[in-house]
Design a protein around this ligand. Structure first.
Ligand code: UDP
Ligand code: MG
Length: 315
């Protein structure tokens, strides 16, 4: 029988894990597949780890990895993908917002020969108008800037064949926007749509800060257009300053009127100062990223590996 790995990053999901586990068991009971459930605990501070240990004891198909600290959803997902051993891997959230009932459809598509089955979130029930709006426009802007097309509503709920998972493991950058990376990898991909229900319990673990980081990573990882825009702004300002310089020369030597124009100068200094700082900021953002990548630090540290992998992960 084929084995399907279900990879689930969890961060403080004490009230969801048990329910989620049961839902997965129920789904696979009706299917002709074996499954392994790989939770990646992303440094939870609540009872999540205890619950996961408990589940492991009860059901050997549950294998959890505990990260040494909160490394973020994208890196926790990466850790899960690095350690999943199934013939196909399904990544999903542990809060029931990625409905387990969709798993049979994902598997059907896989059996039809698709190597990546990507889900597209049509809407999310009970999400704020603000989040919907920012998400929509974010994808618009991202696609304007990016060299690869990133589908609006793309989620990290997807099935990947083990061939794709192996290929994905070769990408080792820190700042990652997994849905964009996988979209750009090629292979035989297809999409299915779903409506995300409300979270089963608890609150979203994505703080506005984490959302913003992910959003900036998405843009910066797929585009150097912000740098190019800086260049254009620089060039336009350069042209403007030539015109202004001519104006200065004419004022001085033709009209002998050099003192007037204080307002112009002040405005120019402020304007160019602002432009320079912005452009430096953009350049700085990229340099910061180069610095992060060049350090070549491990993407995540495993506090405790899967029980069946006896060797120490951090060796
Ligand atoms: N998550 C994680 N690390 C984090 C934040 C979130 O592993 O730093 C997990 C979280 O436990 C959940 C999934 O990622 O299983 C999606 O997070 P959440 O539901 O909070 O995001 P939202 O659905 O609100 O976008
Ligand atoms: Mg959620």
């Amino acid at each position: 029988m084929k084995i399907i790995s279900v990879v689930v990053p969890v961060y403080n999901e004490e009230d969801n894990i048990e329910h989620f586990y049961q839902a997965i068991v129920d789904v696979f009971e009706k299917l002709d597949y074996e499954f392994e459930l790989d939770f990646v605990d992303d440094g939870s501070k609540d009872r999540s780890r205890e619950i996961l240990r408990e589940l492991e004891k009860r059901d050997s198909r549950v294998q959890s990895i505990f990260l040494a600290k909160n490394s973020g959803h994208q890196l926790a997902l990466t850790c899960g993908l690095d350690h999943a051993e199934g013939d196909a891997v399904i990544t999903m959230d542990g809060d029931m917002q990625h409905p387990p009932e969709l798993i049979p459809t994902l598997l059907e598509k896989w059996e039809q020969g698709y190597e990546v089955v990507q889900t597209i979130r049509k809407t999310t029930e009970g999400v704020s108008f603000f989040k919907k709006l920012t998400s929509k426009y974010y994808y618009r802007v991202l696609n304007m800037l990016s060299t690869v097309h990133i589908q609006e509503g793309g989620s990290d709920f997807r099935l990947m064949d083990k061939v794709v998972v192996k290929a994905f493991r070769r990408y080792r950058e820190h700042a990652r926007f997994i849905r964009g990376m996988i979209g750009a990898m090629g292979f035989k991909q297809t999409q299915i749509e779903f409506i995300a229900p409300k979270r089963f319990a608890g609150v979203s673990k994505f703080s506005p800060r984490k959302m913003l980081h992910l959003a900036v990573d998405g843009v910066m990882a797929f585009s150097i257009l912000p740098l190019r825009i800086s260049l254009y702004i620089g060039m336009i300002c350069g042209l403007l300053s030539v015109v202004l310089f001519l104006h200065v020369l004419v004022s001085k030597f033709v009209f002998n009127d050099a003192v007037a124009g204080w307002a112009t100068i002040t405005a120019c200094v402020l304007f160019f100062g602002g432009v320079q700082l912005t452009v430096l900021g953009i350049i700085g953002e990229y340099i910061g990223r180069i610095f992060e990548e060049v350090k070549n630090r491990p993407l995540y540290l495993v506090g405790r590996g899967k029980p069946k992998d006896l060797e120490d992960e951090n060796d």
